[in-house]
Design a protein around this ligand. Structure first.
Ligand SMILES: [Zn+2]
Length: 489
């Protein structure tokens, strides 16, 4: 039936479109078939037709889903200037009134919403300095101050030795390092994207003294970050001041001038504590991202931001006083419908152990500070996930992009620092509870992100099953994606 009805509809003239014509169709799936056929043909792309179709779905509660499915099928991507794809079609339609919206969504257009869930993409460390910076269009001076390696080119040479040559420079687009992640993001279409940017963005030539490992990316390469439409760069980590305070100041300027939101470091303590606030249009909510860093991740205590000194929002995670400060801050900003994310750089680089005080701190943030999500990072590999009182805790999101692939550290190979996960979580905007967590396994190879192969998907599956099992959570495989059973506790 569907095919013949589509054909009839496609053959019609645009002005034949009306709800009456479609009223014999009762199922949203049939309507969607028609809508796709009509809309994919530019000649018959007419917005009023879309609204007619949606409104003719008899069950009101099916309408938002139908519209969402349509947008997904049309592959209309969200982007910075037009964060809600619906705006591309619906509000620009002529003759659509608030009355029509009310029929569609049960609300006026100004507060239109289609879902009670907000979807958030999170990854751990995105390291764009050193060997990575060296393969980008404009690179910093490759000189390094490490014990053994004195030139960033060495990391590129080692990567090539391990996994073969990179594509020629003129074939590497600005989003090269994101690799397969770009397609994965396009198909998942999260509302908000958060990364821990484990790199300063500066040409500052003065390394932080005696640190040894200093990461920086040339400011001209900031398009690498924006090319993935990242919403928030967390900066409360042990590399953001690798090239001194002037390096931090430049990092903040470059990122903010590029429209990227930042948190966790700032021009003074107040600036460093400010959350990144991301409005999620039509979903009646905001994502607040607070960034903190703990000394256990290697952040020098001297980097702590002060009243009149730029720096990191350095926090002692064991401290009651810190919890009180966080509680007051969150309560002063958070409104109903907001999801509060605490992004925390903590713990060492290797190992699955979760410190007792970190676990307690995460629980306290949820119990007493109105935090909904803990986005933990610093470990070079993914660690356990916990759901505590319905709230999501990622203890360690792992390294998502780095230049270590050529380094054969036999003592750490069991941790596989080349493997990572893209975390896609959905949260209920009313309760802040996690409703879904999908984890897409990836591998860093040729200095870019790749979908992990079958062997590595299975490896990560076994790891996550074991680690999440410690919190009585089940992880399942759905094809190449790992899915946390959020109800398994
Ligand atoms: Zn770190």
């Amino acid at each position: 039936m569907c095919k013949s009805v589509i054909q009839q509809e496609v053959n019609k003239e645009e002005d034949d479109e009306d709800i009456g014509t479609l009223s014999r169709i009762h199922h949203s799936s049939e309507l969607l078939c028609i809508m796709r056929s009509r809309i994919l043909n530019p000649k018959v792309y007419q917005s009023t037709f879309i609204l007619s179709c949606i409104l003719s779905i008899s069950k009101a509660e099916e309408r938002p889903h139908a519209l969402n499915t349509l947008y997904q099928s049309l592959k209309i991507k969200q982007d910075r200037t037009d964060t809600c794809p619906r705006e591309r079609l619906v509000p620009k339609m002529s003759g659509i009134t608030n009355g029509s919206y009310r029929k569609l969504y049960g609300t006026d257009s100004t507060v239109m919403r289609t879902s009670q869930n907000i979807s958030v993409f999170m990854v751990g460390d995105v390291m764009l300095g050193r060997g990575i910076d060296n393969i980008l269009s404009m690179s910093c001076d490759p000189k390094l101050y490490e014990s053994y390696v004195k030139d960033a080119n060495v990391y590129v040479t080692l990567a090539i030795r391990a996994n073969g040559p990179l594509p020629p420079k003129d074939e590497r687009k600005v989003d090269y390092v994101w690799g397969d992640a770009i397609d994965i993001l396009a198909s998942e279409q999260p509302d908000v994207k958060i990364i821990n940017l484990e790199t300063s963005v500066t040409t500052s030539a003065t390394p932080w003294p005696y640190k040894g490992i200093n990461y920086r990316m040339h400011p001209s390469n900031v398009g690498v970050i924006t090319s993935a439409n990242i919403d928030c760069c967390v900066l409360s980590n042990n590399h953001v001041i690798d090239w001194g305070y002037s390096g931090l100041d430049e990092t903040l300027k470059v990122l903010r001038n590029s429209g990227l939101r930042t948190c966790g470091a700032g021009n003074d303590i107040d600036d460093a504590r400010k959350p990144a606030i991301i409005d999620v249009p039509h979903k009646k909510g905001r994502i607040l991202v607070f960034g903190i860093g703990d000394g256990s991740s290697g952040i020098p205590v001297a980097w702590k931001a002060k009243k009149s000194q730029s720096g990191v929002n350095y926090v002692d995670v064991g401290s009651e006083a810190e919890l009180t400060k966080i509680r007051e801050q969150v309560n002063g900003i958070k409104k109903p419908g907001d999801i509060a994310v605490m992004s925390v750089h903590w713990g060492g680089n290797w190992g699955y152990e979760i410190k007792k005080e970190h676990k307690q701190f995460a629980h306290n943030l949820i119990d007493t500070c109105n935090i909904d999500v803990i986005h933990g990072h610093s470990s070079h590999h993914p660690k356990a996930v916990e759901i505590y009182n319905g709230k999501l805790i990622l203890y360690g999101a792992g390294d998502f992009i780095n230049d270590y692939e050529g380094i054969g550290r036999s003592d750490y190979t069991m941790f596989r620092h080349d493997l990572s996960l893209m975390y896609f979580a959905k949260f209920d905007v009313n309760s802040g509870e996690v409703k879904e967590l999908k984890m897409v396994p990836t591998q860093i190879k040729k200095l870019r992100v790749n979908r992990a192969d079958e062997k590595d998907v299975q490896y990560l599956f076994e790891i996550m099953k074991k680690e999440c099992g410690m919190f009585n959570l089940e992880v399942n495989r759905e094809g190449d994606v790992l899915v946390l059973n959020v109800k398994s506790q």
